[in-house]
Structure formats: structure tokens, C-alpha cells
Design a protein around this ligand. Sequence first.
Ligand code: NAD
Length: 321
Amino acid sequence: MQQFQSRKVVVIGAGSVGATFCYNLMQTGLANEIVLIDVDRQRAEGEVMDLCHGLAFVPPVQIRTGHYPDCADANLIVLTAGAKQKQGQSRLELVRKNTDIVSSICEEINTYTHESVLVVVTNPVDILTYVAIRKLGWQRGRVMGSGTVLDTSRLRYLLSDHCGMDPRSIHAYVLGEHGDTEFAAWSMAHVGGLKITEYCRTCGRCEFQTEHRRIEEAVRNSAYHIIDYKGATYWAIGLALLRIAEAILRNENSVLTVSTLVAGEYGLRDICLSLPCVVGNNGISSIIQAGLSESEQQALTASANTLKETFAEANTTLTTH
Ligand code: NAD
């Protein structure tokens, strides 16, 4: 008989992103306990009540508000707490503010566990994943950022829409910073098993060079457009987080473009950015070392340099573990 495996997920931050992820997760039967923590206790209570009122329609799962001691036996902790950019506020000010929030949350988490897997979502996600890794001092694979899993999904959708094909039959990755310096690694892109350049040559319906630039630009600017239209993004990031949670809780060893600390891979060190990573129940077990084109390698290095500059500019004083 198969033994029942308990799976506990703690979500820190009961805002739009945290609540959407909980809503997705509760429908899968993957977790049997979901705990929501927020500094705004009422907001967390309200979300939990609303989610619990749907429990009659989904597989059994306990959903409740909690406190940091709940992290002690969590299989997965998802960190979505933090401020959003306000009008007139610089990106750097947001970095400083969210660095303080993420640092203090990591101190709390560290009191109760060193064994869980932490996924950082709060923006700027690459900088804050780096902050979390330094603050926690855990094994490096156990802490990752949601990175460009969302951007990669946007790329696959836009390509599928353009080619008239199921996005699940398109394999393509956005690498680097989750932000302005991210890029599509076209040398790794495949449509139905064919290299994308080969597919485009046989299809012949468009000019690949022009179209790939337009699509890459659309991916990069997606969040700006959505935030202009409706103030925040949460549906697709909620599904991207579910995909990461599935890979971890089911020990899938799936390749996902999560943000990871580099230690020599692609010639980069001491910063977090997105690369194709193998993700399972202990977090990231390895990083796929793809043979990027020269221009892609340059774009990746430029992305890493931008992130390092942002981190240095924020002048963050961190105490390492
Ligand atoms: P939101 O304002 O709706 O929710 C943020 C929540 O964090 C609030 O409920 C707030 O009370 C809580 N919070 C703030 N400080 C806290 C603390 N110290 N402890 C516990 N809770 C705290 O914001 P949102 O739309 O849910 O976005 C959350 C974060 O996710 C933002 O930083 C946003 O930029 C980021 N985001 C990232 C991606 C991505 O792909 N990485 C995508 C979308 C949003």
C-alpha cells in the first residue's frame, strides 16, 4: 500500500500573488496543509476564509493562517511578501525596502528550519534571492527565485500564438535577470523537436529575424503593460509558482528557469539569475550548461553585471551566516 506523504507549504505574503498561488495549489491535491502568513493579519484571515469556503469542491487540504514556527516542518516556503513600486519611488528605493523585509523574514525562518526549500518571488527577485541565500546560509540549491519561469511561459505563449501551435510543444527559455536585461536563448529554442531556425526555414511564413526581435521585446515589456492596465500581475505568476511547487513536491527533476546563485557556471560568480536548473524535492540539484551563442553569452554576462551594480548601489549591509 502506498504510504501517505504529508506535504506542508507555507506562503509568506497574503497579497495578490500569495493568494493566487494558494488558490491554484489548493485545487491540485499536492499539499495537505497550506499556511498563510502576513504582517497584515486581517488580510491573511480574509484570504483564508475565502479559500476555505471552496474546500467542498477540491481534494482534502487544510488551509489556515499561521506564524513563523510553522516553517519548522514545511516542505516548501514561498516568499511573496513585500512592497510594490509606488508612483515616484525609484527602483533602488524599492530594492532597499524589500531587502529589509526579506532579510527580517529570513531571520525568522532561520530560527525554525534549515531543511526546507525556499522560493523567493518578491521583486527584484534576483537581488532578493541573493539576499535570502546570504542571510540563510543554507545549501545553495535549497533557495531559489521564481526568476524567469514566468517570462519563459510568456515567450512560449507568444511563439505558440504566432506559430499556431500548442505552447507545450514549444521549448524555449528566457535567461538572465527577471527584468530589463533578460533575453531569449534562441539557440536553445525548439518547435516540435526542430531547432527554431530550422522550423522557421521550413515554415517560411515570416521573417524569423524580425519576428523573434518583436516577440522578445513583447515578453520583456509584458509586466509593464499589465501593470499599466490593471495595477498588478498575479494569474500567470500564480501558475508559474504552482509549476515550481509541483517540481519540488513531486521530486520531478524538471528543468525550470529559476533564479540561482552562480558559482562559476557560464563564467559567472556570486550573483543570482535565471538559468535552466534541474528542480526536485531538495531544490536545485544541477544547472544545465548549454552552449550559448556568443551574443547570448554576452547578454548573460551583461545581465549579471547589471544585477551586481544594482546590488552594490543599494549599498546593502548584510551579515552573512
Ligand atoms: P501585494 O501588495 O498584493 O501583497 C504583498 C503582501 O506582503 C501584503 O499583503 C503585505 O501585507 C505583505 N507584507 C509586507 N511586508 C511584510 C512582512 N514584513 N511580513 C509579512 N508580510 C508582509 O503585492 P503582490 O502583488 O502580491 O506582489 C508581491 C511581490 O511579488 C511584489 O514584490 C511583486 O513585485 C512581486 N511579483 C513578482 C513576480 C515575479 O515574477 N517574480 C511577479 C509578480 C509580482
